[in-house]
Design a protein around this ligand. Structure first.
Ligand code: PBG
Length: 341
């Protein structure tokens, strides 16, 4: 048997560990399954999809291999596929025609804009799937910022008013969950008031409570076409990625204003934040495994530098371990297929 004494002290490992052997439960597949603490299921998945105008379009996004911009008719087909796979909800993001983008993102107030048309079509065809709509100005502004830009400043209160009005239109189109991603102060309370005043008490708010200024959003900006537009950075409204207490204060504020669910974004570099928010607020807590995280795993796998499937599953279970109730991930349909098989 394995009974070696250590060369220096002459003590045996049993003497050192007092007989404790942590490897005991890892010895076989059955015992590892028995003691597994966290599990990933299809119920944990939210699938972010990109919408574009036109018909029968499925446009590749070079920095996100396997992800496409979908016209509304194709998005409906994908929603049907997602529902069949058991994915609980989709999150939609529009790539808006450049001609419709302006300084204040006014197209967000068009009740028949791309995002609202997609919601209507998806909910009409696949009512059983949840639709989460991101409400932020960046897909609609000519400068790619999440707010109204005046004299080089993203103005807070005016942006909040516009985002709250847009949230009502999204709810009217059938959105189940409004997800404000702009990080303006007071947006959660303003959206809650606006929804309630318009008879949408049943529509929930998932707050991008802690959204960090991050380099990991790069491929997303290509996907929605803000990459070439964005001047400067978003550091005056997203959180400094060096901060953790500030993230708790942000989340606390959103909880006080009426957030039903919290989200941390990006995901993997911020697992510590997820754990802090879950422990502090006990609200349903979600992570957004963002475009750059997706691209990293895909790129490394394509080069044969790591096993893509294993890395994908490991990254997702990490979110569960950190305290997440669910994950927004571009891997959703692929993972759902794998979990089925
Ligand atoms: C902005 C928004 C971003 C993402 C979704 N909505 C970040 C940004 O462009 O600054 C990123 C999602 C991803 O990277 O997958 N409202």
């Amino acid at each position: 048997m394995d009974k070696q004494t250590t060369p220096l002290s002459g003590r045996s490992v049993d003497e050192i560990t007092q007989g404790r052997r942590l490897r005991r439960m890892r010895k076989a597949d059955w015992s590892r399954r028995l003691v597994q603490e966290n599990r990933l299921t299809v119920d944990d998945l939210i699938w972010p999809i990109f919408i574009i105008d036109g018909e029968n379009r499925r446009e590749a996004i070079p920095a996100m291999p396997g992800v496409f911009r979908l016209s509304v008719d194709i998005a409906v087909k994908e929603a049907e596929r997602a529902a069949k796979l058991g994915i609980p909800a989709l999150a939609t993001f529009p790539n808006v025609d450049m001609a419709l983008r302006d300084q204040s993102g006014s197209e967000i107030l068009n009740p028949a804009n791309l995002i609202n048309r997609a919601t209507q079509a998806i909910k009409a065809a696949v009512p059983e799937i949840g639709v989460i709509t991101d409400v932020a100005l960046d897909p609609f502004t000519s400068h790619g910022h999440d707010g109204i830009l005046r004299e080089c400043i993203i103005v807070n209160d005016e942006t909040v008013a516009q985002v709250a009005a847009a949230a009502v239109l999204q709810a009217a189109a059938g959105s189940d969950i409004i997800a404000p991603s702009d990080m303006m102060d007071g947006r959660i309370g303003a959206i809650r008031e606006a929804l309630d005043a318009n008879g949408f008490q049943h529509v929930a708010i998932m707050s991008y409570a802690t959204k960090f200024a991050s380099a990991f959003y790069g491929p997303y900006r290509e996907a929605i076409g803000t990459q070439g537009l964005l001047k400067g950075d978003k550091k005056t409204y997203y959180i400094d990625h060096a901060n953790s207490d500030e993230a708790v204060r942000e989340a606390e504020q959103d909880v006080l204003e009426g957030a039903d669910m919290l989200m941390v974004k990006p995901g993997l570099p911020y697992l510590d934040i997820i754990r802090r928010l879950k422990d502090e607020f006990s609200l349903p807590t979600f992570a957004y495994q963002v475009s750059g995280e997706y691209a990293m795993i895909r790129a490394a796998a394509a080069n044969g530098w790591l096993d893509g499937e294993k890395a994908m599953l490991e990254s997702l279970i990490a979110f569960k371990r950190a305290g997440c109730d669910g994950i927004l991930t571009y891997f959703a349909p692929e993972v759902a297929e794998m979990l089925k098989g």
